[in-house]
Design a protein around this ligand. Sequence first.
Ligand SMILES: [Mg+2]
Length: 229
Amino acid sequence: MRLILWDIDGTLLYSGGVAGEAMRAAMTRVYGRPASNDRREYAGKTDQQIILETFAERPHDQILAQLDEFAGAYMDELDQRQAEMAARGRVLPGVPAILAHLQHNPDVHQSVLTGNMQKVAAMKLRLTNLLHYVDLETGAYGSDHHQRVQLPNFALTRANQRFQPALSGSDIIIIGDTPNDIACGKAHGARTVAVATGPFSVADLTSHQPDAVLADLSDLDAALTAILG
Ligand SMILES: [Mg+2]
């Protein structure tokens, strides 16, 4: 069994900027001002990390004490924008076809590894009709830890409560759109696949030496080869 961990934003879908707007509105409500509006600055970072970096001058304890309040405000802001996200958001090329194909492969199990908080991840996947392809129970989220590089441990622990024999880092395949996704996978000995459907180009991603790089996921055979090796 191999565990495929998909990044969400820029890899499976683009929320049309709606999630970023909701997040900045929630930050203003709870912390007094929003984060940067530059998409590239968020790329590959966890929600917690974005908040900690935005309010770097404040004590971490103080910021983390308001994290539950922030999560509630963020979900509230997203709830108000559901129709807008459904209208402006889009699934990236080839994504439903490859998720459906891999769902029928008995040697792999598909989940997500994302900087999004778990509830936010679930909402984005539901609004884009992708939720039924992945098992959120064996994933890892920005609500688990502020550093992305720690997240594979959470996914492995969850997967190993379910599967025998136990999986290790080399049984993981990480697919993402940023250098942070590649670094996170490499740190655990995972196979890493980069897709240039986010803010980074094929050349940008290639320089971080993932196991494979794709312009997008529209060529099913090329994507399967890149993912499964
Ligand atoms: Mg991403």
